[in-house]
Design a protein around this ligand. Structure first.
Ligand SMILES: [Zn+2]
Length: 303
């Protein structure tokens, strides 16, 4: 099952792989194998990154604890002191304003010494400066960055199948159906190969059998020609080119293929005689019976 896009923005779902040619099935299989390999590599990489990040996280936690301790020891006392001074300044200011108000109400031109407030402000500035110095001596951060996770392989690929761009969705691919179809195709190819080689072997056997028979016939013909070098029926020319093997007593009437019932005659006589008996043939052809019988006797034939 795969998604198939004849054109962009036009997706179509093919519901079966049946009917897809073997070469194309193999392409899909290859693509799927590559996807599985990538998925395995991804899983391995992911595991490594997770393990690495876990170590980094633990080390970062330890660094955070160290930093907290440093802050508690170096920053916290100064911050507490700063808060105390701010409060002191605040209460002093409130007291100062209150006294000024009272003075303006009760006496014209009251007197106030701002010296204590200046002293507190000076102390605040000192603490701030010391805080700045402590921050400057802050130890460098030991925090490490976490590795980013690897990208998951895409569960689809675009293949050129049958001249068309087809997007194969491996998550929807029926892999066992794909395997079964490839096996089916492969079996058919193997069967055909076996059948072809069997046919070839049989053809070769037939060929050699024919050659053997032809050689046998040629030998028989030259043996016959060495006794009588003409057609035993018509007394005409007989040779390799026109010799036919005739059943003296026709097969159609029960004649056998023994040597005594077979004789080489010229093609003309053989075609004329067809399934006639020798007697009928001689009658219809008008050949001299005695001479024909004599020749057949010389060749040791039955008639
Ligand atoms: Zn003849």
């Amino acid at each position: 099952m795969y998604v198939y896009s004849p054109r962009k923005n036009r997706l179509q779902v093919l519901n079966k792989l049946d009917g897809v040619p073997l070469e194309e099935l193999k392409k899909i299989k290859k693509g799927h194998n590559a996807y599985l390999e990538k998925t395995n590599a991804y899983a391995v990489k992911l595991k490594q990154v997770y393990a690495e990040n876990e170590k980094v996280s633990a080390s970062n936690s330890a660094a955070s604890l160290r930093m907290e301790r440093w802050e508690r020891q170096n920053i916290a006392p100064l911050t507490t002191e700063l808060q105390r001074l701010m409060k002191l300044l605040d209460s002093h200011s409130v007291g100062f304003i209150k006294r000024q108000l009272m003075a303006s109400i009760q006496f014209e031109g009251g007197h106030y010494d701002p010296q204590p407030a200046r002293g507190i402000i000076q102390q605040i500035e000192n603490v701030r400066r010391r805080l700045g110095e402590v921050y400057d001596r802050q130890p460098p951060s030991e925090h490490q960055r976490l590795d980013s996770l690897p990208r998951e392989p895409r569960p689809s690929t675009t293949l050129i199948i049958g001249g068309q761009k087809i997007t194969v969705d491996f998550l929807r691919l029926n892999v066992s159906e794909l395997d079964a179809l490839i096996e089916k195709h492969q079996n058919k190819i193997n069967e055909n190969k076996t059948r072809t080689s069997e046919l070839k072997a049989r053809a070769a056997l037939n060929e050699s059998e024919k050659r053997r028979q032809a050689q046998g016939l040629r030998r028989s013909l030259s043996k016959q020609l060495s006794l009588i070098d003409v057609c035993p029926y018509c007394d005409g020319k007989l040779g390799d080119a026109n010799a036919h093997l005739d059943h003296i007593y026709p097969v159609s009437k029960g004649g056998n293929s023994s040597e005594r019932n077979l004789v080489f005659v010229c093609a003309g006589c053989n075609l004329m005689k067809r399934n006639m008996t020798l007697r009928n043939f001689l009658k219809s052809s008008g050949y001299n019976e005695e001479r024909v019988y004599g020749r057949l006797e010389t060749l040791k034939k039955d008639f």
